[in-house]
Design a protein around this ligand. Structure first.
Ligand code: GDP
Ligand code: MG
Length: 439
């Protein structure tokens, strides 16, 4: 599958220019790939249209080939559709917050309820109460009680004889009496969306006025997830998603569909049967997984970073004029950090290759961080005009960066060395060039 994508890529790669027809070939492969990842047909269609618009409008950067550009656009578009990673629960600052877990049967509601309870207890230091509102099956209550015991979180239950809504009502009273911070309601599911269930959930919602209603989205579900998500969202206005069973090998394209329908954020990722198997959401990883060509994307990203032409060009131009200031140095540090291996990077800077024979990467990293801190403690004027750095300024900078003045001096002499080198490389400054012109 990603093999086929790779082939389509190769066809475009090296052609220099992205034409509509060879982009169409590529997008056809992307379309197939997304459908195979269980993304809904209509979502895929709209998605491809979007990508086409973006790709066509975009100029191809010299140093990146068109095939790579398309992949990156596709990947970024998926990532954008998946939403951001920084969504949080809508917990109240004080008082009792409430959270309802909803979703079809077997999608992982009960498991996720316990996992989130554990997360809130351990990480957020909340006093949590779990409430068993799946009252139809005795096994469901027992399941939650067992989970609650294993994470040392209290479980409220009134057995199978009391309705879910009544259970929720009494649980609220209990939570207020015991001054709980958060009440998590584990609810019943069905194999399919059904009216009775929706009514029960709506009544519960009206009663507990939840701060969050999270829908569990099983990474393994296929096309029909769209109907389910739409129904739950229309009836309950869900506030977030929990993706479950991410430890399986499904590519999880259903999430893309659910996101495009509900537009609510993904709050957690459940990736295992154990209570501690709960993760934050990483849209970039998820996009890799859905697209099914993470390796290529990683490669493209590295290539793009390496070929951050603007900065390279700017520095090269300045160096050609014999200019090298602290700002240039800072730019170079930034480039090096993106690169990973600094030796390779330094080799790419004109004239520095020979200097970089045997350097200890880790040691260099530390000293680079220090140097960055020093430059960042300088004013913009100081960065461009290092000659103004007298004792009082040096003292202030050293203090700001948390280093000794000696180290500021060392960096200044490093800069002076670089400046000398660039002057040499540019032909010793203006004069020799002028005389060369006269000849
Ligand atoms: P509910 O019916 O929605 O409450 O679903 P459950 O929480 O009872 O989960 C149904 C089944 O899926 C159980 O066997 C769980 O152990 C399992 N399960 C839930 N979440 C995950 C997960 O993230 N990974 C795996 N592998 N299994 C899970
Ligand atoms: Mg359950």
């Amino acid at each position: 599958l990603s093999e086929r994508l790779g082939k389509a890529l190769k066809n475009i790669t090296g052609q220099g220019k992205l034409t509509e027809s060879n982009m169409n070939d590529m997008l056809k492969e992307v379309r197939m790939s997304l459908l195979e990842a269980d993304v809904n047909y209509n979502v895929v269609k709209e998605f491809i249209e979007n990508v086409k618009q973006k790709a066509l409008g975009q100029e191809v950067i010299d140093s990146v080939n068109p095939g790579q550009m398309v992949v990156k656009i596709v990947h970024d578009e998926i990532q954008e559709l998946l939403g951001s990673a920084d969504a949080r629960l809508n917990l109240k600052k004080s008082g009792v917050s409430t959270l309802m877990m909803v979703g079809l049967q077997g999608t992982g509601k009960t498991t996720a309820s316990a996992k989130i309870a554990r997360f809130c207890k351990e990480k957020l230091k909340k006093r949590v109460l779990l409430v068993a509102c799946d009252v139809v099956r005795p096994a469901a209550i027992e399941q939650l009680e067992t989970l609650g015991k294993s994470i040392d979180v209290e479980v409220f239950s009134l057995g199978t004889q009391v309705s879910a809504v009544e259970t929720a009502r009494q649980a609220m009273g209990y939570a207020y009496d015991r001054q709980k911070d958060l009440v998590i309601f584990d609810t019943a599911g069905r194999l399919h969306v059904d009216e009775e269930l929706m009514q029960e959930l709506s009544q519960m919602k009206a009663l507990v006025q939840p701060d969050d209603i999270l829908l569990t989205v099983d990474a393994m579900t296929g096309q029909d997830i769209v109907t389910v998500a739409r129904e739950f969202n229309e009836q309950l206005s869900i506030t977030g998603l929990v993706v479950t069973k991410m430890d399986g090998d499904a590519r999880g394209g259903g999430l893309l569909s659910v996101r495009s329908i509900t537009n609510v954020p993904v709050l957690f990722v459940s990736n295992g049967e154990k209570v501690e198997d709960l993760e934050e959401f990483h849209p970039d990883r998820m996009a890799d997984r859905i697209l099914g060509m993470g390796d290529i994307v990683t490669l493209v990203e590295q290539a793009q970073e390496k070929l951050d032409m603007d900065i390279q060009q700017k520095t090269a131009n300045r160096m050609a004029q014999g200019i090298f200031t602290f700002n240039d140095m800072l730019d170079q540090f930034g480039q090096m950090q993106k690169m990973g291996s600094m030796q390779n990077m330094l080799k790419m800077i004109p004239g520095l290759g020979k200097m970089v024979k045997q350097l200890d990467d880790e040691k260099m990293n530390d000293s680079m961080k220090k140097s960055q801190a020093i430059i960042q403690s300088m004013t913009p004027y100081e960065r461009e005009n290092p000659s103004c750095l007298k004792a009082s300024r040096k003292n202030r900078i050293a203090k700001g960066a948390g280093v000794k003045v000696m180290e500021v001096n060392r960096l200044i002499s490093q800069l002076e060395q670089m400046q000398m080198m660039t002057k040499m490389m540019s032909g010793g400054g203006g004069m020799p060039n002028l005389s060369a012109l006269q000849n």
